[in-house]
Design a protein. Structure first.
Length: 556
């Protein structure tokens, strides 16, 4: 008689999983790179380990909000004034001050509660789904329900639901600015185990919770979830930070103490002088108390709260959500903002601003991904149809491209959603500004083969069939089709690498010309000029042919 072994204990945390090979990761997490977990095992781990979400501080109660509103020296001074006014029989004064304190507290509580509710709504909206493989089938589940050992599918535009070890990677790039601060997407692959102490930004075989896939696709095994992720560690450190008073709160407390002490000193002087002159002590005491009550700045908290509430409303109109009222003044007091130059404070949107073709420089106006802008040459607006060589450069930039732009055509001011790499999306927008849409180009010149970009070769190659030449436009592809050269190879990459592969260059007349040493030096000088101006420069090239090459391996 044999006994059944107990089921393996579900893993709770896999530290340094980047230092494990794919096989070691699968063994540690007790999962499969083909079928993933079973649904039963996934549910068991979910019950054991909890949801894949960051722990949040308990919600602020009404009493805590009330205490935050009245816990200041000025408010306590007003409450003392209410008490003294009631004792000496000044009921109208006591009621008026008490109403001011109550209205001030209500206004602050309402504004901060609205901010909390808005933040909760934003968190709810930002809850993404994850595509996992369980029981050998592809399923879509809420990201908060994934568990260690889940096999996750990654595609361009997907959020990475948790920290994972990659087991498959095809031209995969992940935007990790939220975690590492680097604005450029990080290249990922399934490289063997890395050193245990390697920095976070260099862990090429891993993807992390909260980052976004910007290009390519892949698969990964989830190693850590929730507070066990890298972003969870950051959340833990943030929650350990003690809340400090804002500069405004400190200054109000100092002002209240100054006014309070000054009032007490003056009242004491008035009482002593009156008594010394022979006045009735009780009468002088009441006079001193009345003077103290009059000196209390009962309108100060209300004025400050109303001003901050108006400031919060104005910031909300500008899409800035403030959680605490006192933070409005803190932000307004900032005179210097220090940041590095990784671009994480920008929209992380690329824009083509300059085009160089055959010694002619074109400036392109407009920003972001909205295809609105114009081309300028020598300071004057130009039509690109009059510059066929430059128009061809825009065409091939749009064809050698894996990004896409999605337009909301129901809106008068359509919003553009980018799917893919921001740099490639910028090339599509530049072509659209010249009147060439990617859909029309792809229909006329469909891609039939490609050699993906890699960091060693520094270029991407696509092959297109000249299926339906656009006879209404000037293009060397149209002439090639007449000569039965029915394919075109397009290259995009580092300008110096592309230049060394070319024997001819594209003239503004849309015809090829020999690449002489003088022309080579001119092109390199143009590249250096744009590089010195902090522009990211890409080189574009093409070749028409009557067929595809026999060997499409990257080495050739």
């Amino acid at each position: 008689m044999t006994s059944t072994p107990p089921p393996p204990k579900s893993p709770t945390h896999t530290p340094l999983f980047h230092a494990l090979s794919v096989e070691e990761t699968l063994q540690t997490l007790q999962t499969s790179a083909e079928k993933g977990l079973t649904s039963a095992e996934a549910n068991h781990r979910l019950e054991t380990l909890g949801l894949n979400q960051l722990a949040e501080a308990p919600p602020t109660t009404l009493w805590q909000l009330l205490w935050a509103q009245i816990n200041s020296f000025v408010i306590w001074l007003l409450l003392v004034a209410v008490l003294i006014s009631a004792i000496v029989g000044e009921w109208p004064e006591a009621i008026a001050i008490l109403l001011i304190v109550i209205l001030n507290a209500i206004l602050g509580i309402v504004q901060e509660r609205r901010a909390e509710q808005a933040l909760a709504a934003l968190r709810q909206m930002a809850s993404p789904d994850a595509v996992v493989i369980r029981d050998g089938r592809r399923q879509t589940v809420p990201a908060r329900e994934v568990v260690p050992g889940d096999l996750v599918m990654l595609e361009a535009g997907n959020y990475v639901p948790a920290d994972l070890r990659l087991v498959e990677s095809i031209n995969l790039r992940v935007e990790e600015a939220a975690l590492t601060g680097e604005s450029l997407p990080a290249n990922k692959d399934t490289i063997r185990a890395l050193q245990a102490d390697i920095p976070l930004g260099d862990r090429r075989n891993s993807a992390f919770m909260g980052t976004v896939v910007s290009y390519g696709r892949g698969k990964g095994i989830i190693a850590n979830t929730g507070m066990g992720t890298e972003i969870g560690r950051i959340a833990t450190m943030l929650q350990a930070v003690e809340q400090e008073e804002t500069p405004l709160q400190k200054r109000l407390d100092e002002l209240g103490k100054t006014l309070g002490y000054a009032a007490l000193i003056l009242c004491g002087i008035v009482f002593v002088l009156g008594w010394w002159r022979g006045e009735d002590p009780l009468t002088m005491f009441l006079v001193a108390v009345s003077l103290a009550i009059a000196a209390v700045p009962e309108g100060l908290p209300a004025v400050v709260t109303i001003a901050l509430a108006l400031g919060m409303r104005e910031m909300v109109k500008r899409n800035a959500l403030i959680r605490r009222l006192s933070s409005v003044e803190t932000l307004g007091s900032a005179t210097v903002i220090c940041s590095d130059k990784t671009g994480t404070l920008t929209q992380n949107a690329m824009t083509v601003t300059r085009l160089w073709v055959d010694k002619q420089v074109f400036e392109i106006t407009g920003t972001g991904y909205t295809p609105k802008g114009e081309f300028r040459a020598n300071g004057e607006q130009v039509r690109m149809r009059n510059y066929p060589g430059a128009l061809t450069a825009l065409w091939i930039g749009a064809l050698n491209n894996d990004a896409s732009l999605e337009f909301d055509e129901n809106d008068q001011n359509p919003e553009v959603r980018v799917v893919g790499d921001p740099t490639e999306a910028a090339l599509l927008v530049a072509a659209a500004k010249a009147g060439s849409l990617q859909q029309a180009l792809t229909h006329s010149y469909p891609r039939v083969q490609e050699i993906p970009f890699d960091s060693a070769r520094k270029r991407m190659v696509t092959f297109h069939e000249v299926r339906e030449p656009r006879t209404e436009d000037i293009s060397p592809f149209t002439e090639a089709h007449k000569k039965h050269e029915v394919h075109v190879a397009i290259l995009k990459g580092a300008p110096d690498m592309i230049l060394e592969l070319c024997t001819r260059y594209q003239g503004m007349d849309d015809n090829p010309h020999p690449r002489t040493p003088e022309i080579r030096a001119t092109i390199l000088a143009a590249n250096d000029t744009m590089t010195r101006e902090a522009l990211r420069v890409l080189g574009l090239a093409y070749r028409v042919t009557d067929g595809l090459p026999d060997d499409l391996s990257p080495e050739n």
